[in-house]
Ligand binder design. Structure first.
Ligand code: ADP
Ligand code: ADP
Ligand code: MG
Length: 613
């Protein structure tokens, strides 16, 4: 077994790999960019090497620096994780040429599966059913249009070098083909440096079914059953599960056999995933499931397979890379229960799923289900990398048990002031079709608004919050209408709300502001003040953004003297302008505001210190 391992990745997958390596007694080496100097994966590893500036192009994607870091730290092997360089055959080759162990398939297998058109041709030759379509070298628009007409609409245009859901266009009729082709090509050229495309029949009622495969250097290949990843937003997986709902044993046997055949055709060693697209208009049928692509790496959603098989796939990877045979034969593998995973993203569903950046002042995902994360409370989410901050994985005796456990865990998730998709995931898991296992890749787009989480907490949660904020307590002097109010106006998530607290129970602490968590969403609640800021209060002179928004004016400079009531910054949010004013005479000791900048709720924009500079 290898004795030391460098993990050429960051975030949750780096932490995930470190966990297993540590259990196996392998010394771990993390790599990090400027932005990740304090990241969790850096602290969890035995050692960490700085490899460059924050942009991935200058750090996590620079193969030579990573190999140099492996040499400098004495690491024997490199695990690429997923994303970044994990499917880069040249990097895999360079790692091996440097005398290091590559924890992944042979570079030739990666290359064979790297381009979607070549992979499909190879699979068709190996007798694996592939999606009908056009894979030709003639890339002239006229030829492509003629091929699309012949396939029959709807047609899907795919960048041959595409990945991560990018470089795809669905075309519903001939007249729209040319524009879609041009736009697909532009995206492919800028994202992948290759504008070649292939055409596929667009499968209606599509379900994404994939099979986990594993090979070793002795020539053994097994499968670890299927996963269903049909719940997607813009071709990106959101919720994954294993096994697939409605998969009968005969269909499972056929699709898993096709996956093993596909892996054997490229002499596959290590962890891989064969992705299939199924026409599920009449349920899952063996003759309506086609090869789509192979991912030659560990997959984001591998934990659901671990849960149902009881295997540790990272351990398998490390054993296979060390030259050992697969830990299990096919006969020793079986499905136990059901598992579901949700990808938690720092993004705001209410704003078109825009990434939400900043410091995680509150972050608690509980411990009722498996949580794979790369962040913790106090960490910051930077704009440089993928906004996925955690995965929650529930395992139950059956699908309903797994689904409920996952929904409950998401329901209680506390993340603030960053926004997440947890509320959206709760709605999705509770959707009647999802609950019944009627999933397809179009469900999320079709349901749209119906999956948007509520804008405000429930009446009950609001009343409880209001009661906690108005009960007599040590901070009574800070409140507006003290003593006890029966009804009043509060700011909840930046919005003024009138709440009657007459019926609310006793609360014996009176915080200035508190977090209200419900249905996977967290709001900041505080007494409403008609003028200036409520948030932060005058006590420490910190002027916080009372809600997320855009700064339209910054009227002060660092070090400037200000007087009580003077306007400091103006925030535009909820289609309104909010002026934040100085709570007392003093000096601008800290200024974190630039005109035009976006801010998250609770961000410290200005800090005023009492007295003159
Ligand atoms: P999977 O089926 O495992 O989700 P994807 O192709 O969607 O496969 O990518 C896996 C993960 O790798 C993504 O969730 C993302 O975090 C990361 N990733 C993929 N492509 C990129 C990219 N171009 N830049 C940054 N991260 C990426
Ligand atoms: P990527 O490399 O971006 O993961 P894939 O080829 O795996 O690209 O396709 C991503 C997703 O697009 C699939 O999971 C599926 O939802 C959808 N998709 C791909 N091909 C088809 C098709 N022929 N018909 C319908 N949907 C498809
Ligand atoms: Mg894919």
């Amino acid at each position: 077994m290898i004795g030391s391992l460098l993990i050429a990745n960051r975030g949750e997958i780096a932490c995930r790999v470190i966990r297993t390596a540590r259990r196996l007694g392998i010394r771990t080496v993390a790599i990090f960019s400027d932005a990740d100097a304090d990241a969790l994966h850096v602290r969890e590893a035995d050692e960490a090497m700085h490899i460059g500036p924050s942009p991935a192009r200058e750090s996590y994607l620079v193969g030579e620096r990573i190999i140099a870091a492996a040499h400098a730290s004495g690491a024997e092997a490199i695990h690429p994780g997923y994303g970044f360089l994990s499917e880069n055959a040249d990097f895999a080759k360079a790692v091996q040429a440097a005398g290091l162990v590559w924890v992944g398939p042979n570079p030739s297998s990666i290359r064979a599966m790297g381009l979607k058109d070549a992979a499909k041709k190879r699979m068709a030759e190996a007798g694996v059913p592939t999606t009908p379509g056009y894979l030709g070298d003639d890339q002239s628009p006229e030829r492509l249009q003629a091929e699309a007409d012949a396939i029959g609409y709807p047609v899907l245009i795919k960048a041959v070098a595409g990945g991560g859901g990018k470089g795809m266009r669905q075309v519903t009729d001939a007249s729209a083909f040319r524009d879609a082709l041009d736009s697909c090509r532009r995206e492919a050229a800028s994202s992948f440096g290759d504008d070649r495309v292939l055409l596929e029949k667009y499968i209606t009622s599509p379900r994404h079914i994939e099979v986990q495969v594993f090979g070793d250097s002795q020539g053994n290949v097994v499968h670890l059953f299927e996963r269903d990843c049909s719940l997607q937003r813009r071709h990106q997986k959101v919720i994954e599960e294993a096994p697939a709902p409605g998969m009968d044993p005969a269909t499972r046997a056929a699709v898993c056999a096709a996956a093993v055949q596909a892996a054997r055709a490229v002499d596959y060693v290590g962890a891989g995933t064969i992705e299939f697209i199924a026409d599920a208009s009449e349920g899952l049928k063996a003759d309506r499931i086609w090869f789509m692509e192979m991912n030659t790496r560990l997959q984001v959603e591998h934990p659901v397979t671990e849960a149902i098989t009881g295997q540790d796939l990272v351990e398998w990877q490390l054993r296979v890379a060390s030259g050992e045979p697969l830990p299990c034969t096919q006969d020793e593998l079986a499905i136990h229960g059901w598992a579901m995973e949700a990808r938690l993203y720092a993004e705001d569903p209410a704003r078109g799923f825009l990434p939400s950046i900043g410091t995680l002042e509150a972050f608690d995902l509980g411990d009722s289900v498996r949580v794979d994360t790369g962040v913790e409370q106090g960490a910051s989410v930077s704009p440089f990398y993928d906004p996925m901050i955690a995965k929650l994985i529930a395992h139950g005796a059956d699908r309903e048990e797994a689904r409920e456990a996952l929904a409950d865990a998401l329901d209680e998730a506390v993340v603030w002031p960053l926004r997440t998709n947890a509320g959206f995931l709760v709605e999705l898991l509770d959707h009647p079709d999802v609950a019944a296992g009627r999933v397809d890749t179009g469900l999320i787009a079709r349901e749209g608004e119906a999956l948007m989480p509520p804008r405000l907490p429930s009446e009950e949660a609001l009343i409880d919050a209001a009661a906690a904020l108005t009960a007599p307590g040590p901070l009574a002097g800070f409140r507006l209408n003290a003593p006890m109010r029966q009804a009043g106006r509060f700011l909840v998530g930046g919005e003024p709300v009138d709440i009657d607290v007459t019926d609310a129970g006793e609360a014996d602490v009176t915080p200035d502001r508190l977090l209200v968590t419900e249905g996977g969403q967290t709001w900041l609640a505080e007494p409403y003040r008609a003028t200036g800021v409520a948030a932060g209060g005058a006590a420490d002179g910190a002027i916080l953004a009372p809600m997320p928004g855009r700064l339209i004016a910054v009227d002060v400079a660092a070090g400037q003297s200000v007087s009580k009531g003077q306007r400091l910054v103006t925030l535009e949010a909820m289609k309104m302008e909010h002026s934040l004013t100085a709570p007392f005479d003093g000096t601008v000791a800290e200024l974190n505001a630039i005109a035009g900048g976006q801010v998250t709720e609770g961000a410290v924009l200005v800090r005023i210190e009492q007295g003159d500079a």
